[in-house]
Design a protein around this ligand. Sequence first.
Ligand SMILES: [Zn+2]
Length: 420
Amino acid sequence: MHVVIMAGGKGTRIASVASDIPKPMIPVCGKPILEHEIECLKAQGLTEITLIVGHLGHIITEHFKDGSAFGVKIDYIVEDTPLGTAGALVYLKERITEDFLLLNGDIIFDVDFHRFLQYHKEHGGVATILTHPNNHPYDSGVIMADKDGVVTRWLHKEDERTYYKNRVNAGIHILSPEVFRFFDEVKKVDLDREILKVLIPERKLIAYDSPEYIKDMGTPERYQMVIRDIESGLVRAKNLSQKQKAVFLDRDGTINVYKGFICNINEIELIDGVAEAIAKLNESGYLAIIVTNQPVIARGECTFEEVEQMHEKIETLLGEKGAFVDDIFYCPHHTDKGFEGERPELKFDCDCRKPKPGMLIQAAEKYNIDLSQSYMIGDGMNDVEAGRRAGCTSILLGGNADVICRQNLLEAVDYILNQK
Ligand SMILES: [Zn+2]
């Protein structure tokens, strides 16, 4: 797969770190950001690279030359006048005839690109964008997609929103050569607004959700955090080709205040300290995954859409406090029949309703999780039992059974993070 890296752009917002070099050349742990990117690509056999350079581009060409010193083959497109985030692709129109990877040159990541490419091919989009939750969704654009990953809406920072899933474009894309139909002449093109968003009504823009490590360094704080994460090995460890560890979280009574069966979104209210606890997990390298029984769907008291809106509210409230969950699994099933308005197709003895471990096992398959290195935290014995059956360590909140008990999620997370 050919790789195109957008390596123009100035490092304006972190000018205190480096001012007279292009942003991709800002040093992180002794080498430029772009060199970290190229090493990650090379490690996965992605060695055909085109760098698009502009402002102060000679600093980049002098460092990387033809790429041979870095084990890859690099050529360059030099923009005399800035062509926006995609205009330079016009120069590749005749050359690229297969799916290719398009990256921003100013982000630190470690992504399993083979997994990403396979997803792109299975979903048949003209473009697949890598999306992920971040700790500042309220000032990020957010992407909405249906259950098949087809993007349905793209909200920019300034667009109004109430509750939304924390899903942000990470700046890593796989494009099919069909995308060159947008490029006929040399002119400025904005990738997001003039190419990707245009594909939405055609249902040809796909989102690929990944919990892998991808960060830009827009602020000095984020820059320092990335350095810490490279040095601790976290960036590498979160590549999905490596075994992951997770903390599975019950929902009602663990994350949001327990109010019996919740059927009304207004009843969703975060417990104090929960966002703080989950933010700690986010920085620790554990995936944070909600697994919740929602028999209200089978009982006909709530629709799938209503439950998902509640989850959007939970993600929004967490996001406002800098925390996110990596995924949410819910069981809509129930066995007891006889409720008015119930949905017979969901009334059966499924494998996912806790205390069965089905949701944890599904998550383990999806994210390559080592369950023996993972935890289940909840306020009920069905949580403890689901965790035990999946091979995780379980923590019961507020209880006094023969298991590890902590009073609340924050104390449970502190317990986990102090294990090493
Ligand atoms: Zn189920």
